[in-house]
Ligand binder design. Structure first.
Ligand SMILES: [Fe+2]
Length: 259
């Protein structure tokens, strides 16, 4: 089963940030590649920061661009999104009984669990008691199914001080759930705008590329204005192959774009 992974589309462009390219143009170019080479993918998963400011007109533009995708897509919000505007823009996206954008799907015998990790008005992420309970129930209901867990915020530090300060703060409780549910075979996050992999609680994870641009790979500075971007990353996305045991092969691809 083949799927596509997009993240951090950040529609519109960060026009206050001259080092960033036009997010609408980069996403459009990547969608062109998907439609040309990956029409056989079953689903496209988008792990948050659909818009840059959460404004309704930014969602309108995102919907228009994503409307060109030749395959269906599912998505969750990131810290740059606004929950109410997101729900209005994507009314077909399931919402849980408490209004969080948590939803589960099955593709190729694998359960895709999508979680809303946002905190209104803040850039860090969390999973409150309601969301942790939803996750426990979702996992209990599909215990025999290999599971991929998707959320915007990673629950661990990556050694990048700027991003580490705005990670998911519910790491301990999520960690207990992950270790108690061995059917979770892989974790997928956005937020960093940097392709990276590792293991957490014994489970492999990956951090997605952004379809707009990379964040600086800066291991020293905590403040955004101090970040040094020595190796700019081009807009990128993921092409994944999963099997019914939850095995995964994942390619990062980057498009040529004038940065
Ligand atoms: Fe982002």
């Amino acid at each position: 089963m083949k799927f596509i992974h997009l993240s951090d589309t950040h529609i519109l462009a960060r026009d206050d940030y001259s080092r960033h390219p036009d997010a609408a143009a980069t996403l459009g170019k990547i969608i062109g590649e998907i439609n040309k080479y990956h029409r056989d993918a079953e689903i496209c998963v988008i792990t948050g920061d659909i818009t840059h400011h959460g404004h309704p007109e930014q969602y309108e533009q995102a919907i228009a661009i994503l409307g060109d995708l030749a395959i269906p897509y599912i998505l969750i919000p990131g810290n740059h999104d606004e929950r109410a505007a997101f729900k209005q823009a994507f009314p077909d996206t399931p919402v849980d009984e408490n209004g969080f954008i948590n939803h589960g799907h099955t593709f190729g015998g694998v359960r895709f669990v999508m979680m809303d990790s946002i905190v209104p008005g803040a850039h860090h992420g969390t999973l409150c008691q309601h969301r942790l309970d939803w996750l426990r129930n979702e996992l209990n209901a599909h215990q025999d199914m290999p599971t991929f867990l998707f959320m915007h915020h990673p629950p661990f530090e990556m050694g990048l001080p700027f991003m580490d300060t705005i990670r998911l703060d519910a790491d301990q409780k999520l960690g207990e759930i992950v270790t108690a549910n061995p059917q979770i075979k892989h974790l997928f996050f956005g937020h960093l705008h940097r392709p990276a992999t590792g293991t957490w609680q014994g489970v492999p994870f990956l951090l997605a590329a952004s379809t707009q641009c990379g964040e600086p790979l800066d291991f020293r500075h905590e403040k955004e204005e101090d970040l040094e971007d020595r190796n700019r990353l081009n807009p990128g996305y993921g092409i994944a192959f999963a099997d019914s045991t939850g095995g995964l092969r994942y390619h990062f691809d980057f498009i040529k774009f004038d940065l």
